[in-house]
Write a protein that binds this ligand. Structure first.
Ligand code: UD2
Length: 316
């Protein structure tokens, strides 16, 4: 997997939760890395472990305003961008409902800016973070990539529109791309402070402090929780050569109820947190489990981190 140290990989959203782990992996694989991040939700602290590295550049950039100017001084110094992992996004489904135009500008507009750059500069490969949100309310489990897509939020619509743009830039401009539809990603560095943060980051934060965990609804809803380390292996494979125009789920292929999750987190923390129930959240899907055949067969990745091991790493 090692790449020549001269090949430059750009990670948009590289100071975020998934982005910073992706930067760790790309640097370890031998790439020179340039992070583009506007630091609205990304944090410099997520990249502190690379302070002083001469193979990492960090540039403040809002992808919804374009990436040409931000990358010009980097490519003048280090040569052309070879690969782009596009993770920069407005990540909240609920926020997209409240403000669909901002979601469009950041999530769809940002992707178009990345694709325009890739076309103009003959970037070899673009890997894109799509979402299970493109499916909408699916009842058939596991969720297959060839099911009809009927997103039920602006967030899902703009992720799907981005996938269509990837396909268009592939067929019209020859830009090579792979889109990964993330299920519920969790792990260290996920920010628990927003009400729309991932449930595991919220539960972990509360259980560590011995505080009460709140479950929305009866807790029988299921999710396919995939550890960030496994997601990053899929991203590194996706940004490599091959798999042009592949669209693949990234999950474990198994599901757990939110109630079982809460009990497991409480037990691992050993602080005796209680569990309470609150009304079901609007727009909630009941079941979610990814079909992972394409992930395994095309990208060679099996999400192997057991939930309890991933939870331990998250709690550490
Ligand atoms: C996930 C993604 C979202 C989108 C969507 C597509 C995250 C953080 N969000 O939304 O971006 O891709 O999937 O379907 O990965 N819950 C509680 N208590 C809490 C917080 C959450 O019970 O304090 C429940 C929540 O009601 C839901 C489950 O936990 O049933 C997961 O919630 P989430 O916000 O982590 O993720 P989800 O599946 O809504």
């Amino acid at each position: 997997m090692a790449s020549s140290s001269s090949s430059l990989a750009v990670v948009t959203g590289g100071a975020g939760f998934i982005g910073s782990h992706t930067v760790d992996a790309l640097l370890a694989a031998g790439y020179r890395v340039c992070v583009l991040d506007d630091f609205r939700t990304g944090k410099r602290a997520n990249l502190a472990q690379h302070a002083g590295s001469d193979r990492l550049d960090i540039v403040m950039c809002d992808v919804s305003h374009g990436i040409f100017a931000a990358l010009a001084p980097i490519t003048a110094k280090h040569g052309p961008v070879e690969r782009i992992v596009h993770l920069a996004a407005q990540v909240s489904v609920v926020a997209s409902v409240a403000n669909p135009l901002v979601d469009m500008q950041v999530n769809y507009g940002g992707t178009l800016h990345v694709l325009e750059y890739a076309r103009a500069h003959a970037v070899k490969k673009v890997a894109f973070a799509s979402s299970a949100a493109v499916y909408g309310d699916v009842t058939e489990m596991p969720v297959r990539e060839d099911l009809p897509t009927r997103p039920v939020s602006p967030y899902g619509i703009h992720k799907l529109a981005s996938e269509l743009a990837l396909d268009y830039y592939g067929s019209v401009h020859g830009v090579a791309t792979t889109a990964l539809r993330f299920f519920n990603v969790y792990g260290p560095r996920q920010d628990p402070t927003s009400p729309y943060s991932g449930v595991i980051s919220i539960f972990a934060d509360r259980a560590r402090a011995g505080r009460t965990l709140t479950i929305f609804g009866d807790g029988q809803q299921t999710r396919d929780f995939v550890y960030v380390g496994d997601v990053v292996r899929a991203l590194v494979a996706a940004v490599g050569d091959g798999n042009d125009r592949l669209v693949a789920n990234v999950g474990t292929g198994s599901e757990i109820t939110v109630l079982e999750l809460a009990r497991t987190v409480v037990e691992l923390c050993g602080k005796g947190s209680t569990i309470e129930h609150a009304p079901t959240r609007g727009g909630e899907i009941l079941k979610s489990r990814a079909r992972v055949d394409l992930l395994r067969d095309r990208l060679g990745v099996v999400a192997q981190t057991k939930l309890v091991d991933g939870l331990r790493a998250t709690l550490a």
